[in-house]
Design a protein around this ligand. Structure first.
Ligand code: HEM
Length: 462
């Protein structure tokens, strides 16, 4: 199989036959992540997937190898832009914040926001993170079991809001819980669907999504208003995200208007809470399922100096817990699929990617690639010993993406997760049956339903 403009030796990627009329549409709708894993096993590292009837058929080039992911996200990053359907749908709902913006707008935003994510700044968030985790531990007192999905969602939302917005979002938690899933499902459904009705048509799906978006916008506006009240009109009292952005909007070039400010708040609420919440929930679930891993992690935690508050240096003394977290993010990468659109025709792993093609990098699949991970479905934190990490391809583990658009929150998220896990495991023994929790891939990876874990206060308290 070759196409007209191939270079010597390159070929069109194989296409799974799927349904004669609909291609892989039904499989993708039923089980997108499983369908991509099977495509890699059966067809190799670059697979051309089709979905939808002829005439409306969507075509996607899936790139599964670490080498290919590195090409798309880093080495050829200028050729692979966030112009794909998925990002367009996120943009339509969530606006043009740091996750979705491009070119000059993006560079200006990144310059503005970067100072909040320097190592020094992130290290300073340790006390807030620990405080929120201790409040969660306190909530668990006298409860025989908890749903870690819900509990970690709440913890991550509260932490990111306190750190970035200086806001207490207790009252907004329910609004966000009720509405984010609606928005997320709507974006995903549209992105996968070959036929997209205009968003302005008053269909039930459009109406539901619009109401949900309005509710979330109101939360963002409330956060901004509360911060303004506290810090005066310019928000100059603080140096959190909102103060920085408000100040920028008051400077000479009047760079950020009210809508842009709200878009940024929304992006950080979305990107900064569901993701870390998923990592934390699955880390607790896996530790509860694997008593020997839990015991090893607790041994490390118990060896920390007694009575001293955790700081940004604490994770250095918790190498095993850090490995548990990395292994959790391998099995449950919170961003399981990362999309782009090719500007010009190019070649990945020996296969032609045509100009304008929708391209999908899939951490979910790369993290289970049999050439890079032995027995990939097994939970084994020791895959992340320093020796093993060095021996592996840099892009075999890519939960935070890579290249110029890699996650700005990765250090923050890792610090938050390790410290929160340390607090919770210091206080509680956790247990759960050895059964997988089903997941779904919306904008981020989500557990389907609850993940209940039995909690038992530990005899000693530091
Ligand atoms: C487990 C936690 C997290 C995971 C797995 C994750 C994953 C990712 C990935 C894969 C990307 C790249 C997307 C792409 O290339 O298309 C990304 C970008 C981004 N993430 Fe995260 N993220 C996490 C936590 C956070 C946190 C805590 C924040 C903020 C507080 C955050 C904010 C962002 C932003 C703003 C971007 C866009 C960065 C840019 O393009 O410059 N993320 N994240």
């Amino acid at each position: 199989m070759t196409v007209a403009r191939t270079r010597p030796g390159s070929s069109t990627a194989p296409t799974p036959t799927g349904h004669p009329l609909l291609g892989s549409a039904l499989d993708l709708r039923r089980d997108p992540l499983g369908t991509f894993v099977r495509a890699q096993r059966e067809y190799g590292d670059v697979v051309r997937m089709t979905a939808g009837p002829p005439g409306l058929r969507a075509v996607m080039y899936c790139v599964f190898s670490p080498e290919g992911a590195q090409q798309v996200l880093a080495a050829q990053a200028t050729n692979f832009r966030k112009d794909n359907v998925f990002y367009e749908e996120i943009r339509q709902t969530g606006g043009n914040g740091l996750l979705t913006s491009q070119d000059d707008v993006y560079l200006r935003q990144r310059r503005l926001i970067q100072p909040l994510f320097t190592k020094k700044r992130v290290d300073g968030y340790a006390a807030t993170i620990t405080g929120e985790a201790e409040a969660t531990a306190e909530r668990w007192r006298n409860r025989p079991e908890v749903d870690v999905v819900r509990e970690m969602d709440r913890l991550a939302l509260r932490t990111v809001s306190r750190v970035l917005f200086g806001a207490d979002v207790e009252t907004a938690v329910d609004v966000i819980h009720a509405n984010f899933p609606v928005i997320s499902a709507y974006i995903t459904q549209r992105a996968y669907s070959p036929l997209r009705l205009p968003r302005t048509w008053p269909t039930p799906a459009n109406r539901r999504a619009e109401a949900a978006t309005r509710a979330v916008y109101e939360v963002c506006d409330r956060i901004i208003a509360a911060r303004r009240e506290e810090g005066g009109d310019t928000g100059e009292a603080g140096d959190d995200l909102l103060s920085l952005l408000s100040r920028a909007s008051n400077e000479e070039d009047g760079s950020l208007d009210a809508t842009e400010l709200r878009d940024q708040v929304l992006v950080f609420l979305l990107a900064g809470h569901e993701t870390t919440a998923t990592s934390l929930a699955f880390a607790l679930h896996l530790l509860a399922r694997h008593p020997e891993a839990r015991a090893r992690a607790q041994e490390e935690i118990d060896a920390l100096p007694s009575g001293q508050p955790y700081t940004a240096a604490t994770p250095d003394h918790l190498p095993y817990l850090t490995r548990v977290l990395k292994e959790t993010m391998r099995l449950y990468p919170a961003a399981p699929l990362v999309g782009r659109r090719a500007v010009e025709e190019t070649e990945i792993d020996g296969h032609v990617i045509p100009a304008g093609a929708d391209v999908l990098v899939a951490p979910w699949v790369t993290h289970r690639h049999p050439a890079h991970w032995t027995d990939p479905d097994r939970f084994d934190p020791d895959r992340f010993t320093p020796d093993q990490e060095t021996a592996r391809h840099r892009y075999a583990w890519l939960p935070f993406g890579g290249g110029p658009r890699a996650c700005i929150g990765r250090h923050f998220s890792m610090l938050e997760s390790v410290l929160a896990l340390a607090v919770l495991l210091r206080e509680y023994d956790i247990e759960t049956p050895d059964v997988d929790i089903p997941v779904t891939s919306a904008v981020t990876l989500q557990a389907v339903g609850e993940a209940r874990v039995r909690v038992k206060a530990r005899a000693h308290i530091h």
